[in-house]
Design a protein around this ligand. Sequence first.
Ligand code: SF4
Length: 460
Amino acid sequence: MSGGGIRPLHSFTDEARKTLKNRQLRANLGFATNTICDKRQRAVDELEDWESLRGDAAAIKDEALANLAENLVKLEASVEAAGGKVYWARDAKEAVELVAKISLAHGASEVIKVKSITSDEIELNSSLAGYGISAIETDLAELICQLAEDAPSHILVPAIHKNRTEIRELFERTLGVTLESNEPRVLAEAARLYLRHKFLTTSVAVSGANFAVAETGTVAIVESEGNGRMCLTLPKVLITMMGIEKVLPQWQDVATFLKVLPRSSTAERMNPYTSMWTGIHRGDGPEEFHLILLDNGRTHVLADQTGRQTLRCIRCSACLNVCPVYQRVGGHAYGSVYPGPIGAILTPQLLGMEHEQANTLPFASTLCGACYEVCPVKINIPEVLAYLRGKTDKELSESVVMKTIAHAMLMPRLFSIGLRASRLGKSVASGLGLLRGWADSRELPDIPEQSFRDWWRNRG
Ligand code: SF4
């Protein structure tokens, strides 16, 4: 199985221990996530039919996934009929090769990028560097991460772990500018001046996609800064790479997602920039449009009846913001471009539960259910987490211990012997590592010298 560039290099537990000690990170995260959560709630409360919209969005995605092969073939035909070219990439390697080949065919040593988690998933930027191509991020937060040589830590707000003072220092150091303050206006202006030159001089742009409509061949990107619109309209060549789960069957399906996505992500009624294009149009926008359809483990997820709902995800990030675990450990602890609750179920499924680090991710949750309540496409994340935990050895050792205890409690004599043995058993079980994981986050009580049964019998 191929999961491309999302392989965590460490276990969640190990990394979370480190990030928990970073008080600045927790302060930045706490402030940002609480603000976004409050705003989201207000935006959602404005709609009386929010719950039915969630149901509609989930149903559309389920239908799209149930007929995924048909929808993709239809999308290919629609895009090509409108003058675009479509490619199929099984994994990260094939996708990177395609982007590099198209870029080099146009003599590009630099490409500009619209924020795309799918491109982060396949480590596009570092891989393109191997072909002599520099990839320039144009989303402000992605640019901050790129200049800091830091990984994004949030789906929607990649630089959520950095504050304004840190960003000012970064810009002064990397862009060679002197800034009068760390006000957002000043920081944004510095980035704008740097990026404007790139928009006007680069001939190839690379984007992801929020949706693609099989019926019409239309691709859609929603964003807040206008950098996406620049990338999608100014360069001569546009390369879009999308995960195969982004396809929607019909044009009218887009309307539902344009209602639920902005409220769930940026807590807005609509996105400031919604760009849609269908193939190419002479004299208007790029002269060439290339669409790469990426699998990279998604068909394995699709084949799993319980895990399949994960592919409904529209990357709104609402589940990250409400998650008590994410709020405390931050995105880097997940070791993957997909952090938070969605990362805890998507990454191990894309990579396979046999992956030693990824299979720690389903344990990065309290199973409180807050993520399920806010998810606009009703992914039952706790259900998938519990299902994935059941596939690990760790869960197996816990369940063997619990089943043994349950069995003993049904047999009074055995239970009594067991209690006496438990003082010894506790240390033996701990010593053998049988309770590892379960006891890491819980305190086992001391076993009293005298059991209740013994006390009752001897009470005189
Ligand atoms: S799982 Fe749901 S809430 Fe989380 S990012 Fe995906 S769509 Fe949004």
